[in-house]
Design a protein around this ligand. Structure first.
Ligand code: HEM
Length: 501
């Protein structure tokens, strides 16, 4: 590997590589620029934690991301901002079509959000992580430092629910395995098997992605940009503002835990086993993480070690008898290869490639999972609610939910595709009139078609069909950010740009 190809861990913000799981305390500050110069001074020096490994593990970590509006607010030139991806520039709440595609309708409409639209659209997100007992002092110090430069849109607290999301299911089990060593051959044209190993360029700009190409990003004139920025790997005469940076999608998702458990309980006629079965089918895993499809010791590239909770694909359950086709985890990662599954051999391959395999065609909407992976970095918030409390309709002690955060090099192809085509898609994988059982808005499509069903296919008869699912998850805030490389952050903050070699 030439030095140009080495991964610069100390220029990458740590969240891309680490989930900061040992940092069980976290708070997210969402800020708007009050004083441009003060904001630039702070951004130029804030000690962001990098992806380099440090022993012993530091007690705190700080990550800083900017929205497109935030870049403009600190004085980044319009043409530079415009060279970032359109969806980032427009913003999550920036247009009605995007809102419709993301399911931000009805109760999710951005006009109802607590933050993220209009004058409450954040410019800067400061993510603070700390080991137990260390957050309060860190937060106070950062808030004091930021006070002159920024006004606060929100300060989002998080809760440590011990790896269990508020509905009661183990979360954070499945993640793509990022190819930090860059083992994956570029221009790897076709993957016939599901793979969990994912090119670095799927999460970081400036490195080859799953198409073997470099995702578009601002490549600047080196003389004008100055010496601070790295060179573009594929165009060394250009300064790469994107390199080592990632887009960060943030959505605050409020969860109606009482509503969820009371609904499944009613469907189950109060039977505890049936209640668990239905709730697990909606997620695609039992509460302890056991996959509904059954642990199969299925090993694949980059994961699925025998015995782990990810040792499965849906190859042996194509009709969704064990894990419904519409289950949340099946929608958000159908674990497909580039071609629909089929028998080995050239004839089968040709049929599937040319689209003459009727059985494969029914599933082809969900091919090519590897282009739509997300690095999830979310945290829970609010008080935990037990199932017993939820069933007893115990009064809420405050909102609870998920600060959903994911990273990717292409918001449109990753987060927006998964959210729109797979989670909200009413015809996902051949199912009809359904959307994600956890995330769906239940707002009928423009043709009036309902999307509030959920079906559990049976091996020996018609599907078991659940109707009139209520909305369990409501979007209460959201924004797209750019999590820059460390040099790019300093450059954006206006550190000297003169003197390019
Ligand atoms: C409050 C909202 C949500 C809840 C309660 C929730 C819950 C869960 C749970 C329990 C799992 C299983 C644990 C695991 O496999 O790691 C999971 C997996 C996953 N979720 Fe969500 N989730 C939510 C929102 C979202 C959103 C908005 C997206 C993306 C648009 C998403 C994408 C995923 C993905 C990609 C996986 C891993 C699937 C796999 O690789 O098998 N989730 N989620």
């Amino acid at each position: 590997m030439s030095s140009a190809l080495a991964v610069e861990f100390d220029d990458i913000q740590g969240l891309v590589r680490f989930g900061y799981k040992h940092h069980t305390e976290a708070a997210f500050l969402l800020l708007r620029v009050r004083d441009r110069d003060a904001a630039r001074r702070w951004l130029a020096t804030v000690p962001v934690s990098t992806a380099a490994t440090i022993e012993p593990r530091p007690e705190i970590a700080i990550q800083v991301a900017l929205s497109a509006e935030g870049m403009r607010a600190i004085g980044v030139a319009d043409d530079v901002v415009a060279a970032f991806a359109t969806e980032f520039v427009v913003g999550m709440a920036g247009d009605a079509n995007r809102a419709r595609r993301l399911g931000d309708l009805g109760a999710n409409d951005p006009s109802r959000w607590q933050w993220g639209s209009g004058g409450r659209a954040p410019h800067v997100a400061v993510l603070l992580y700390a080991m137990p007992g260390k957050l309060a002092a860190l937060q106070q110090a950062i808030e004091t430092q930021c006070d002159a430069a920024f006004e606060r849109v929100a300060c989002l607290a998080t809760s440590d629910l011990d790896g269990i999301e508020p509905f009661g299911f183990t979360d954070g089990i499945s993640q793509p395995l990022v190819d930090w060593e860059r083992r994956r051959a570029a221009r790897d044209a076709e993957r016939r098997e599901y793979t969990n190993l994912s090119c670095l360029g799927e999460y970081l700009l400036g490195y080859p992605n799953e198409y073997g190409g470099y995702t578009d990003r601002p490549l600047l004139d080196r003389a004008a940009a100055g010496p601070l920025l790295p060179r573009a790997e594929e165009a060394p005469d250009r300064a790469d503002l994107g390199r080592n940076g990632s887009y960060l999608v943030f959505r605050q998702l409020r969860q109606d835990v009482n509503g969820f458990w009371q609904f499944v309980d009613r469907q189950a006629g109060g039977d505890a086993r049936q209640r668990e079965r239905l709730a697990s089918a909606m997620v695609g895993r039992e509460r302890d993480g056991t996959p509904m499809v059954g642990a199969s010791d299925e090993k694949y590239e980059g994961g699925g070690d025998p015995g782990d909770l990810n040792a499965f694909t849906y190859r042996s359950d194509r009709d969704g008898v064990r894990c419904p086709l519409g289950a949340h985890i099946r929608r958000s990662n159908p674990r497909n290869a580039d071609l629909p599954p089929g028998a080995p051999g050239i004839v089968s391959w040709a049929k599937r490639t040319l689209g003459f395999d009727a059985d494969a065609l029914a599933h082809d909407l969900v091919a090519s999972t590897r282009f739509h992976r997300l690095l999830r970095r979310g945290r829970e918030y609010g008080p935990g609610v037990t199932i017993e409390q939820a069933l007893a309709n115990a009064p809420a002690r405050g909102d609870t939910g998920l600060h959903f955060i994911c990273l990717g090099a292409n918001i449109a192809r990753q987060f927006e595709f998964v959210q729109n085509a797979w989670a909200m898609g009413v015809h996902f994988d051949g199912v009809a009139n359904e959307s994600d059982p956890l995330l769906g808005t239940r707002v009928a499509g423009r043709d009036g078609a309902p999307c509030d069903g959920f079906s559990l296919p049976r091996a020996d008869g018609p599907d078991e069909r659940i109707a009139a699912l209520p909305q369990f998850v409501t979007v209460v805030g959201g924004a797209y950010f750019f999590l820059p490389g460390v040099r790019a952050l300093r450059w954006l903050a206006g550190l000297p740009r003169e003197g390019a070699p």
